[in-house]
Every structure is written in C-alpha cells, then in structure tokens.
Design a protein around this ligand. Structure first.
Ligand code: HEM
Length: 269
C-alpha cells in the first residue's frame, strides 16, 4: 500500500547541517576510533582558534647541527621557574604575611604539620638555589658560544633583566619565614642598597616601607615576591622565548659557516 509522504519536521527537530568535510551521516560516536578522540579534540579547538600554525611555528623549528646538552640549560631554567611557581602556589595557601608572629607560625605549621608541607617547602627553598645556579650556567653558555651577538642582543638584554628579577626573588623570599636570620639578612641587604649612589636611599625607603624595618615591610616584600616579580618574569620569559623562536638558535662556534650544511636534514615524523 503506497505511503503518504511524512509531514515536514518542525524547524527545531530538523537535523543540523554537517560541518564541511563530514562525509557520511553516521553519528560521530559510531565512526570514531577511540585512538582518534584526541585528534578530534585538537581539531575541534583548531577549527575555532586556528592555533595549530602557532604550535607548529613554536615546536617544529630548524635546529643547527652540533647542538648539545649545553643548549638545554635555558629549558632547565624554565623548568626550575615552573617548579617555583607550582610549589609557591601551595605555600601561599598556608602562609600568612603577619609580622606579629603569624608569618613565623604559619611557616612552622607548613614545615611540621601540613600534609607534604616540609617536602613542598624544601622543593621551593632548594629550587630557588637551583634556578639561580641554572640561570648563571645558561648565561655562561650563551656568553661562551657568542650567542649574545647580532641579532640576539635583545634576547640577551631581556635575559639580564630576568637575572636581576630572579635574584630579587631570592632576596624578597628570604624574609618571608621571618625568623632571626631572615630579619637580619634583610636589614643588612636593604642597608647595603641604601648605600648605593643616587637612588640608594629611595630604594631602601621603598623596600622598608619607611625609614626603617617596620610593620609594612613584610607585606611589601610579600607583594613583591608573590605578585610583581613573578608577573614580570612570566611576561619577560614569553618575550625571551618569542625571540629565541623567531631568530632561531645559534650554531656552536666551532662549526664553520657553511649555509648548506648548517641545518639537520629534515626527516619524516
Ligand atoms: C628565567 C630565566 C631564563 C629562561 C627561562 C631562559 C630560557 C631560554 C631558553 C629556553 C632558550 C633557548 C635554548 C637555550 O639556548 O638554552 C634561551 C636562549 C637564550 N637566552 Fe635565555 N633564559 C633565561 C635567562 C637568560 C639570561 C640571564 C640570559 C643572558 C643574560 C639569557 C640569554 C639568552 C640568549 C642570548 C639566548 C639565545 C641563545 C641562542 O640563540 O643560542 N637568557 N633562553
């Protein structure tokens, strides 16, 4: 018996048009290989953001022949910084910048009572020294390989600011436990700054929050250590890595400038 054609579906119930490239009408769940799920998720983001070329620009770069372990020191410094950021966030969940005993007590609590507190504090404390050692080694590598020369002068200058900020992180962080050693080290350190030419007295006034160590000094160091310097470091690392990616990495100085031999041959990935 012939069937009457079905009445048209209301607009809200009609199937949505397929996006370009989706060839059959089967549901995604029927056709998707579980191994492809990750690829599909990346595709989904990429279709909306077009970020893939940026990732490719960042990661698939030509690297000169002869690069060696010394070239990993910059990334090692970056890793040390990320360790400081992650452990610092957890310490900040317990730390109290209270100069009337609360700061010392909160650090004591982290070290002796908080779950994994001693471990996280140790990672942060030793990580600070590790980062400073690595940044100097990275700077030494750049210097001895002549990588600071044209066109990488700006990468070097940003690096110098990063070095100063990293040392300032060490100085401001040292006060935070507010024990005797922290207090006196800070008094000595700020007074050394006060002896500097021209800006010395203004600098010490700014750091102490007055003529001498006072009620606001700890909050000031805390804000500098937690907010101002880390923010500046993140922005400057971004600029530093942008320049490293844009300009490429210097070949080791013992390689002769032979343009046709300078790069690794491309391989299929
Ligand atoms: C937070 C601190 C720093 C981080 C995270 C960092 C990170 C990096 C990374 C990942 C590279 C590429 C790989 C490498 O050459 O190791 C690099 C290259 C470079 N860095 Fe740094 N860096 C820092 C501090 C410094 C300092 C203190 C200087 C010098 C004063 C500096 C100068 C340079 C230069 C000139 C290059 C280009 C090297 C080349 O082209 O071969 N960086 N940095």
């Amino acid at each position: 018996m012939p069937r009457l054609p079905a009445p048209p579906l209301p607009k809200g119930l009609r199937p949505r048009p397929k996006p370009p490239g989706d060839d059959n009408g089967a549901g995604v769940a029927d056709t998707l290989d579980p191994l492809e799920a990750g690829v599909t998720a990346v595709d989904w983001i990429d279709e909306r953001t077009s970020l893939t070329p940026v990732g490719r620009w960042l990661l698939f770069r030509k690297v000169p022949r002869g690069v060696n372990w010394y070239y990993t020191l910059g990334s090692a410094t970056l890793f040390a910084f990320l360790n400081q950021a992650v452990t610092g966030v957890f310490l900040a969940m317990y730390y109290r910048p209270d100069a009337s005993g609360g700061a010392y007590e909160s650090v004591r609590y982290i070290t002796t009572d908080a779950f994994l507190g001693q471990f996280v504090r140790g990672m942060h404390k030793w990580g600070a020294s590790v980062m400073i050692i690595l940044i100097f080694l990275h700077m030494g590598r750049v210097f001895f390989f002549g990588a600071y020369k044209y066109p990488r002068e700006l990468t070097w200058i940003i690096g110098v600011v990063l070095l100063i900020l990293t040392l300032a992180m060490g100085f401001t962080g040292y006060l935070l436990p507010l024990d005797q050693r922290a207090y006196w080290a800070t008094v000595v350190g700020v007074n050394i700054n006060a002896g500097g030419p021209f800006i010395g007295p203004y600098l010490s006034n700014f750091l102490f929050g007055g003529a001498d160590f006072g009620a606001t000094t700890l909050s000031r160091f805390y804000a500098i250590h937690m907010l101002i310097i880390p923010g500046a470091i993140v922005a400057l690392i971004g600029a530093h890595l942008y320049l490293v990616t844009k300009l490429g990495i210097t070949a080791p100085p013992w390689l002769k400038a032979e343009p046709e031999k300078q790069f690794q041959p491309e391989t299929d990935v």
